[in-house]
Design a protein around this ligand. Structure first.
Ligand code: BTN
Length: 232
């Protein structure tokens, strides 16, 4: 793993040109910044990024077959990391957010590119550590509010990077990951936006996470599997 820490960038998703040639097969280039002036969330939302939280992007080349499952796998890795390290049991909000008592703690943004038989995975992770991330779309909280103490950011990022680096390239079994996440799946959300047309929101009931990481929902007495959009 190559890890680069900046004081301030627009967004860790914008990889400086001089670092692009460091992107390799099964070797993570990780860009972290103490704050971001143009942090970006999913669906082009702003990701408010003041000092005190964790903002990082991992870039690596890996097998194309993981393109649709990597973000869910990373959600699983983050969930199990925080369970082990702090004994916090997050709730999993499909497709790739972790919540604590109905408040968002972390979000993942994936911007992958396929080149031949390989894929360049670009995975941005924002974790509320010492501040909340103010996003009017979601209620949020932070690790320090949950644990009742200030967290040392560099200790946390060092240990989390080590954990991700040693687990990300494990050949995972979709069934065991979906079984694990199903136990923590948030099912009380009722609206589904598929984001083809932002104004369309449908009333649904969340049923379960499928083995292929799509979500089983019920809508108007029809059972459907969805693979994009978001549930609120
Ligand atoms: C979401 O919408 O939930 C995803 C948020 C992802 C935010 C992270 S912070 C690090 C990386 N840099 C960005 O600009 N965004 C991602």
């Amino acid at each position: 793993m190559i890890s680069v820490l900046f004081n301030n960038v627009q967004s860790t998703q914008d990889i400086p040109n001089y670092l692009l040639n460091k992107v390799n097969y099964k070797n993570i280039l990780l860009i972290q910044s103490f704050n971001q002036t143009k942090g970006v969330g999913r669906y082009n939302r702003k990701w408010h990024s003041p000092k005190g939280n964790l903002y990082f992007t991992m870039i690596f080349n890996y097998k194309k077959k993981y393109i649709t499952s990597m973000n869910t796998f990373i959600c699983y890795l983050l969930h199990s990391y925080f369970k082990r390290k702090f004994n916090i049991k997050f709730d999993y909000k499909w497709p790739n957010d972790l919540y604590f008592k109905d408040q968002k703690v972390l979000g993942i943004l994936t911007q992958n590119i396929i080149i031949g038989s390989l894929c360049t995975f670009k995975i941005g992770i924002g974790i509320n550590v010492n501040n909340k991330i103010i996003n009017t779309n979601f209620r949020s909280t932070s690790l320090s509010l949950i644990l009742g103490k200030k967290i040392n950011l560099l200790d946390l990022s060092g240990s989390l990077q080590k954990y991700l680096n040693s687990n990300i390239f494990i050949e995972f079994n979709n069934l065991s990951i979906s079984n694990y996440l199903n136990k923590n799946l948030i099912k009380n959300s009722t609206s589904y936006s598929h984001h083809f047309n932002n104004s369309i929101t449908e009333q649904v009931k969340v049923l379960s996470l499928n083995k292929d990481f799509s979500l089983k929902i019920r809508q108007d007495n029809l059972i459907k599997n969805i693979s994009y959009g978001e549930i609120r």
